[in-house]
Ligand binder design. Structure first.
Ligand code: SF4
Ligand code: SF4
Length: 311
């Protein structure tokens, strides 16, 4: 089993369109939409939700006003200034203490220091995660609740679930649509993956983003390949991106030209390789051939399928 993470420095680089097409070309895959802050793979793959579950992403402290003696110990020990003395009256005290859930980090220190055992940590539901059916295999995806954090933890959970499904169903490839940037969710997406496919556009910021991402992947010891999307929009910068990538030991997966068929396919909710034989679709087929050679579990039958599709 091999895990490929498709990743870019920012949103809107065409990453998800490429992932959807790769899913169509690879066929028997487990898909994971790890871009949990802006999940959109489901818009192209039109999944049917099979399993839905709350995601518990941590805990917050809560005071039981009936037990609170307003001693102020919790406020004294909280390093996050989450405790205030404006809780409700409880019969023996005019005000009790109250914890601001937005400021509370769930560290539990106040629970240990409360002499009256008035504080408990309560689990927090940060969103929902799903296992859905698609034409290409199961899709593991999620919806983070508004203003929720812990997206790194959620990404780790999605990847673990995808791995379990791949083992249970004897599927050889896990294909992850990674989040943009270089923050915690990206680290959670890349750590332990077999291959990262960087999708970059030929712009100055695209080069800057690629540098940061490639550096991160190197530190995490994940080998990388580069795909330049809309490569023909700025051929000079495309060459610069590829040169820089080669110097860093990255392999070149291919160039995808600008093609209005990609937008039309998105609007139709279809992978572009299924509705077009135009330049972008052809380039993505060639790109998958390159990537597949770096994922040795791709079977000869799947490769024959690729050659057939490309022909
Ligand atoms: S759990 Fe930690 S952060 Fe939250 S109120 Fe208690 S001490 Fe403060
Ligand atoms: S430490 Fe416990 S009893 Fe004291 S103010 Fe905080 S919650 Fe109330």
């Amino acid at each position: 089993m091999k895990e490929l993470v498709v990743i870019s420095g920012k949103g809107g680089t065409g990453k998800t369109s490429i992932v959807a097409s790769l899913a169509s070309l690879a066929r028997r895959v487990v898909l994971a939409d790890c871009d949990v802050d802006a999940a959109d793979l489901h818009l192209v793959l039109q999944p049917e939700i099979g399993h839905r579950e709350d995601f518990i992403g941590g805990s917050k402290a809560q005071i039981d006003p009936a037990r609170c003696r307003a001693c102020g110990q919790c406020a004294k020990w909280c390093r996050f200034d989450a405790v205030s003395a404006d809780g409700p009256e409880n019969g023996s005290h005019l005000t009790t203490c109250r914890i601001d859930p937005l400021a509370c980090e769930g560290c539990g220190v106040c629970v240990d220091y409360c002499p009256w055992r008035a504080i408990e940590l309560q689990p927090v539901v940060c969103g929902q995660w799903f296992v859905s059916r698609t034409r290409f295999g199961p899709l593991v995806h999620a919806q983070l609740a508004i203003a929720s954090e812990n997206s790194g933890k959620l990404v780790t959970h999605l990847r673990r679930t995808a791995r379990r499904l791949a083992e249970e169903r004897h599927l050889e490839i896990i294909l992850c649509d990674g989040p943009p940037g270089i923050g915690c969710p990206v680290i959670a997406s890349l750590t332990g993956a077999d291959l990262a496919l960087f999708v970059a556009e030929p712009t100055i910021s695209g080069l800057h983003d690629l540098r940061r991402l490639a550096e991160l992947a190197k530190r995490l010891q994940v080998p990388g390949m580069l795909a330049v999307n809309k490569a023909d929009v700025n051929p000079d910068l495309t060459v610069e991106l590829e040169q820089w990538a080669r110097q860093q030991g990255l392999l070149i997966a291919g160039r995808v030209p600008y093609d209005a068929a990609v937008t039309r396919a998105q609007v139709a909710g279809q992978p572009v390789v299924e509705v077009s034989d135009g330049p972008a679709a052809s380039a993505i087929r060639a790109l998958w051939t390159e990537v597949a050679t770096r994922l040795p579990t791709v079977t000869p039958a799947a490769m024959r399928g690729l050659i057939h599709l490309a022909g």
